[in-house]
Ligand binder design. Structure first.
Ligand SMILES: Cc1cc2nc3c(=O)[nH]c(=O)nc-3n(C[C@H](O)[C@H](O)[C@H](O)COP(=O)(O)OP(=O)(O)OC[C@H]3O[C@@H](n4cnc5c(N)ncnc54)[C@H](O)[C@@H]3O)c2cc1C
Length: 420
């Protein structure tokens, strides 16, 4: 298949605008003493400028106010936004709201869209995606949170874990087990519900994390969410009964492209800092850039970043050509490959700065702590490696004698030659 993801010059102009806007208007916010409430105030006028430019919530289709860009353009955009974790909310495409809006757009009734999607897209409501239960995130078939029909309501019982944005959102999309016959496909036993964050019986405990031990992060906080006989009206079911995995899968494919390109953006910023330091700092009689170890770091980082970038763009391009199901191998690959590249590049960028890099006087320590989560969220790397290996191995046939066995091939070649 031909392979082409050239950027058209018109979109390159938009990318140029985004680069300057993110660098000049958003990076400076990182240095201010904002909490998440004041941050959301401060970004209001910036959000307006993004809307005026026609770049707001660009992940959505044109009917929903997005641009219908397709995944390659979105990927290039996310590469720029990845430079700062404060950038995606300014563009209306921060996780989990971006994925949730896609999910609601796909699965919701007209009434649900009016009530939840329109304000979500407008940036006046915030949302959470509540799927994981502690110790079972890698194998969702083990989830036990249940939703039971009771008259014209659903009653939800259970505990969700590590829910991003939970305490700051207006509603959660929750995955819960619904009635299914004992022999049902395990992937048809869960359903999705929209639960208002102030529903009676829903309580939350914020969790301290490696990158945010005191739950003070400007963009996300993560929480454990307890559902004790939480009642939601019947019309809060999102999609059909049993549709949860199918819908969640639709949400996750493009979302992983955006994550992976944001990681490339993180790498780029750290890499620039590393190279700048290398050509600026002398030790033991020469610049760091003249030490072979540092040259190895620069060369290895550049190659790995290029590989991660091209692999991600290829996954994006394949989605645009044939849909997410045709890009499953690439989507799984970029998850673990991109996360590992990011961790390696950040580690080198921190190391070259010495204790300055370890300090909060540089942004690298914060990026480094946050980067570690990438090997876990959206499913741990190991699960994605299993997916890739299975899909590749499925294309091979068993052979008692290896196809490459030289004596066997020689015998075959001689037989062909003597027959000629
Ligand atoms: C920062 C962050 C944000 C998150 N945000 C959300 C959110 O908003 N909503 C939400 O629902 N969830 C969220 N999660 C949860 C995330 O999706 C889960 O952490 C992830 O799916 C792994 O599940 P687990 O933590 O329960 O690990 P477990 O399932 O307990 O797995 C533990 C370890 O077992 C190993 N393992 C698992 N399966 C295999 C295998 N097949 N082969 C080999 N080894 C394996 C891996 O090393 C894995 O790390 C978030 C997590 C983090 C870290």
């Amino acid at each position: 298949m031909a392979w082409d993801f050239e950027t058209d010059p018109e979109f390159e102009r938009e990318l140029e605008w985004m680069r300057a806007f993110v660098r000049d208007e958003i990076y400076p916010l990182e240095t201010l003493d904002l909490d998440w409430r004041s941050y959301r105030q401060v970004i209001r006028p910036l959000m307006e400028r993004v809307k005026e430019r026609g770049l707001w919530a660009a992940h959505l289709s044109p009917e929903l106010g997005g641009q219908g860009f397709g995944q390659v353009k979105l990927a290039l955009m996310h590469e720029i936004l990845g430079g700062s974790e404060l950038a995606p909310p300014v563009f209306g495409n921060q996780a989990p709201d971006s994925g949730n809006s896609e999910l609601i757009a796909i699965a919701a009734t007209e009434e649900q869209k009016r009530r939840w999607l329109d304000p979500l897209l407008d940036g006046t409501l915030y949302s959470a995606f509540s799927m994981t239960e502690q110790g079972t995130g890698s194998d969702p078939r083990q989830f036990t949170t249940s939703a039971t029909r009771d008259g014209d309501a659903w009653v939800i019982e259970g505990t969700k874990w590590m829910v991003g944005n939970a305490t700051r959102s207006d509603f959660h999309i929750v995955m819960a087990r619904t009635d299914a016959p004992p022999d049902a496909d395990p992937y048809r036993t869960m359903s999705l519900f929209i639960v208002p964050a102030d529903a009676a019986g829903l309580s939350m405990r914020e969790i301290g994390l490696l990158h945010d031990p005191h739950s003070e992060g400007l963009v996300h906080a993560h929480a454990e969410c307890r559902y004790e006989a939480v009642r939601v009206p019947a019309d809060h079911l999102l999609g059909g009964v049993g549709d949860a995995f199918m819908l969640a899968q639709k949400r996750l494919g493009p979302g992983r492209i955006h994550h992976a390109m944001r990681w490339v953006g993180v790498c780029r910023r750290a890499f620039d800092a590393m190279c700048e330091r290398a050509v600026s700092k002398s030790v033991h009689g020469s610049l760091l850039s003249e030490k072979q170890t540092v040259q190895n770091w620069v060369a290895d980082s550049a190659a790995a970043m290029e590989a991660a970038r091209l692999l991600t763009l290829k996954a994006a391009w394949t989605i645009d050509q044939v849909g997410a199901s045709g890009a499953r191998t690439e989507i799984a690959m970029i998850k673990y490959f991109g996360a590992t590249v990011m961790q390696d590049v950040l580690d080198r960028a921190l190391q070259i700065h010495g204790s300055l890099g370890y300090s909060t006087d540089m942004p690298i320590e914060q990026m480094y702590r946050w980067a570690r989560a990438a090997r876990l969220y959206d499913g741990p790397d190991e699960v994605h490696r299993v997916t890739v290996a299975r899909r590749i191995l499925r294309t091979y046939e068993p052979h008692d004698v290896p196809t490459e066995h030289v004596p066997t091939r020689r015998a075959a070649a001689l037989a062909t030659a003597s027959a000629a």
